[in-house]
Design a protein around this ligand. Structure first.
Ligand code: NAD
Length: 298
């Protein structure tokens, strides 16, 4: 029900928090996330101008009178674009970015611009039907009072704002994004190389396996460049992924040695570490599995 009401709002528009903004500029406005934020801002009554790759010769005119500039270009060019092109913004203009990593872009924005600065990371892709219940991470930069309205606006779109320190955010992303997406990639690669018969697998599949396969398969319906960006963006991700490989190798050695008791011991150790989360996750996933079962098509 809640989701429906947000979807309806997306058709008719949203309340506008800041009436006297001037206009907003989306740098990378033709991109996937750039278009989504352009749409959300436009639906909320703001005037939005796009500045994409081939528009830099008009930059002065586009930035003139801007109250908000949002940078949403590919990760590997983000800091260069900020450093080289965003040093002459109006002094009271808010400079924000949507990059999936936060420490370096935030530092680049603070160095390039003397006015309000805020780092944002939408924890969702452009294919979400609505922002209801989605999360946007906020890393504060400078003059939070000046951009408080923007956070409120994002909440009006239905998203939840989660504040984070940029370095801690980037470390967490190595686990929840780089490591996770990389494992999903390898899982898919393995099915491909083993020439698994998906039709056949689905016939034997219980809801939980179907859900897992859906989570793996959906990765490969998306843009490889985006996932390459996320996985290759941070050196630290290699450590997180190597640790995972070490643990996998150790677990395989345990299996090969036939040490069944060790498996049970390790299992119990992990269960103890999960604590109350384990039964909570079991409970939550039961409801999810029920709906997968209800919508099962093949
Ligand atoms: P995208 O490739 O769809 O869009 C990037 C846009 O930037 C393109 O229109 C491109 O032409 C433009 N661009 C490239 N170089 C430019 C330059 N020098 N000047 C101006 N524009 C330039 O990428 P996207 O998926 O929309 O991602 C954009 C940002 O959003 C990235 O930083 C990414 O980390 C972040 N992000 C993406 C997602 C997602 O799921 N797509 C989720 C969260 C965060």
């Amino acid at each position: 029900l809640m989701r429906e009401s947000y979807l309806n709002e997306k058709d008719v528009g949203f309340k506008q928090v800041k009436q006297d903004l001037g206009h907003a500029v989306v740098v990378g406005g033709q991109g996937k996330l750039g278009q989504l934020f352009t749409q959300m801002l436009t639906l909320s009554g703001y005037k939005v101008k796009s500045l994409d790759k081939s528009d830099w010769q008009d930059a002065n005119a586009i930035f003139d009178g801007a109250g908000l500039v949002i940078v949403t270009v590919p990760i590997n060019v983000t800091c260069d674009v900020i450093r080289e092109k965003l040093t002459q913004l109006p002094s009271n203009c808010i400079l924000a970015d949507l990059t999936s990593i936060k420490e370096k872009p935030l530092a680049a924005m603070l160095a390039a611009h003397q006015g309000p600065v805020v780092g944002l990371h939408p924890m969702f892709g452009p294919d979400v039907g609505s922002l209801a219940k989605q999360v946007v991470v906020v890393c504060h930069g400078r003059q939070p009072d000046a951009y408080q309205w923007l956070l409120q606006q994002i909440e009006i779109w239905g998203a939840r704002i989660v504040e984070a320190d940029a370095v801690r955010h980037d470390n967490a992303m190595q686990l929840v994004q780089a490591m996770r997406h990389f494992s999903t990639f390898v899982y898919g690669l393995n099915l491909c190389k083993e020439e698994a018969d998906i039709d056949n697998l689905l016939q034997f599949s219980s809801p939980i396996y179907r859900l897992e396969l859906a989570m793996v398969g959906r990765l490969f319906a998306q843009d490889p460049e985006l996932y390459a960006d996320i996985i290759f963006a941070q050196q630290g991700s290699q450590h997180a992924i190597s640790d995972y490989l070490d643990n996998y190798r150790d677990a395989l050695a345990m299996l090969k040695s036939g040490n069944r008791q060790e498996f049970v011991t390790q299992f119990q150790r992990v269960a103890k570490w999960f604590g109350d989360f384990a039964p909570q996750f079991q409970h939550e996933s039961r409801a999810m599995l029920q709906s997968v079962n209800d919508m099962k098509t093949g």
